[in-house]
Design a binder for this molecule. Sequence first.
Ligand SMILES: C[S@@+](CC[C@H](N)C(=O)[O-])C[C@H]1O[C@@H](n2cnc3c(N)ncnc32)[C@H](O)[C@@H]1O
Length: 334
Amino acid sequence: MNLGEVFAEPLVRLDADDPALAGIRTPRSALGAVKSGVTAQFLERADEYHRNYLNLDYWRFLLERAFQAIGEMHDPSLIIDIGSGSGNSVIPLADRFPRANIVATDISPQLLAILRDFLNKRDDSKQGEGREERFALVCVDAAGANYLPGIADLAVGAAILHHILDPAKVLASCHRALKPGGWAIFFEPFEAGNAIVRMTYERILARASASEAETDALRLLQRMVADYTVRQRAKADPVFLGLDDKWMFTRTYFERIRDEQGWAELRTYALNVCPTMLRNQAEVHLKLGAQLPPSALPDWAWAIIDQTDAAISDDLRQEWAQEAAVMFRKAALA
Ligand SMILES: C[S@@+](CC[C@H](N)C(=O)[O-])C[C@H]1O[C@@H](n2cnc3c(N)ncnc32)[C@H](O)[C@@H]1O
């Protein structure tokens, strides 16, 4: 693949300074730029992040559902993966569209290096008669990525927009890069479902005795509530420069972007709608947030969680998503 036909500015190799970054490029203007708004979790601690979060089957499933929701889609020849990390969406996309070239972009060279090692093991890392590279790895801030207009058939971002101070810039860059009729697909946390989680945790904390409040599990819930509270601040607040998770979205926010940027269509739907959604979420929070088993929370706390789960219908869970697919379509040519 010729990256000169993808980016509107020259790219340079990163291995001149660091041989561990062989095969990764960056726009010349980004060389040495400060990576603001991103923390060590994605940079210096990339290996740990990769170990904790690689889940190809889950992302394969989410992507398949998104393609079904779109309906007919022609085989893409160029896909841009935004915030690709170590490959949760790149690898399912590569399997699903064997003839597509894929540009994996991320602000973290360390995560891209992990992805490179994965891709190099694939038989199809080169394709076509001249056996050209099928995958390209580009270290770039998604909010400043400067693509040539109308070059991509599909853009995918798996859990990326909520990490960006101004996600509208990422969407504008996708709108420019896509061909007419092309889709940009994202998977993101939403505010409504998370507001229920937060209120449920607040109910538990209000009922906890002084000694229960000191346990690891209840302290975790306190941290979660504090984290939700911070994320409601205006994004100009400097606190977000030191926080990876910045946004929980609403459909209204994306509708505004659709109208301002002239996208032809916006579709959203909730992921993982099930009757025990709050219970499942609490188990994940305990495990990932503090390596705790479900038994770390007292039975009365689980009863509050289960009561809240039981009070919400699946239709309402669909409307009050915790996480949702967000799909924008660029207008086709008239
Ligand atoms: C939650 S991870 C998701 C990674 C991958 N898509 C996956 O599903 O595993 C978020 C990714 O966004 C990247 N990221 C954070 N801020 C970014 C930015 N401003 N521009 C590009 N990538 C960014 C991080 O390095 C990380 O790889």
